[in-house]
Design a protein around this ligand. Sequence first.
Ligand code: TUI
Length: 314
Amino acid sequence: MLNTALCSLLGLEYPVLQGGMAWVSEAKLAAAVSSAGGLGIISAMNADGAYLRQQIQLARSLTQRPFGVNVMLLSPNVEEVAAVCAEEKVPVITTGAGNPARYMEQWNAAGSKVIPVVASVALAKLAARHGAAAVIAEGGESGGHIGELSTFCLVPQVKDAVSIPVIAAGGIADGRGLAAALMLGADGVQLGTAFLVAEECVIHQNYKNRVLKAGDTDTIVTGRRLGHPVRSLKNAFSRQYAQLEYSEISNEELDAQAVGRLRMAAVEGDEKQGCLLAGQCAGLVKEEAPAAEIIRRICAEAEVLLGNAGRWLG
Ligand code: TUI
């Protein structure tokens, strides 16, 4: 049985978080992950406070276990969403795509455990100073908005810099990844891509099929020109966007190309013109399964690997 500092901090059976992914991480998936003994997370994405409140209430009706909300700090509704998290006393709040310092006092006062996603040692230290309960060190292997460092290099450096638990994210989709993350000093992992194919995940089947079919070189990073690199599966949209980044099109026009593309992929199932966010580990994701099975399989695999690790000694 895997038992880390993260399990006791958050009251989990398994040291596994489900990433907060726009149009993916809805109450149904979050509740399934939490009920299975991991930590499910609802994505507030760019939605307003009313949507988030309804999702929180839905999750509360579906599971007795703790769950989290992910606040995307670039959201136009971030102030409203931050206030709803505090009012609803959400057990865990994760943040992404920015510096959460200005909200942390409010969230800590509400009794929430705040766990920012960090892509650097500097932001990890800052988060710890502002009272973070843990940090998620996310490497650039992950899907969606990414930083510069790889998981392999980021996690141990963050571990050395802070004394709170560290959760590794980016590139982890099986027991080997979980075992390796623990060896790098992590106290748990956050998985995104692996949960795209959970049975409780509401995204369109076309999106799931693209993830299931993906190989090792099927992701691409776009958006560097605008300062927000994003990893997604290669398709007509992402290839065309990559080309436009090197054209003379204005930044405003380039930005406009991306509007509505996540919804197009996740809700409409447009696998050519939608933006299919996924990490480099998509090539490891081979079959649909209930969230509980995904978690149990990955943890069981890691337990075997860690149990056998002594054979390399002496
Ligand atoms: O946030 C994510 N993944 C996301 S957000 C998203 S929506 C979006 N769309 C267009 C542009 C940007 C976002 C899609 N996927 N993951 C967590 C994450 N946070 N990854 C990397 C970071 C990060 C990067 C730099 C966090 C902080 C940071 O530093 C900011 C600072 O101000 O120091």
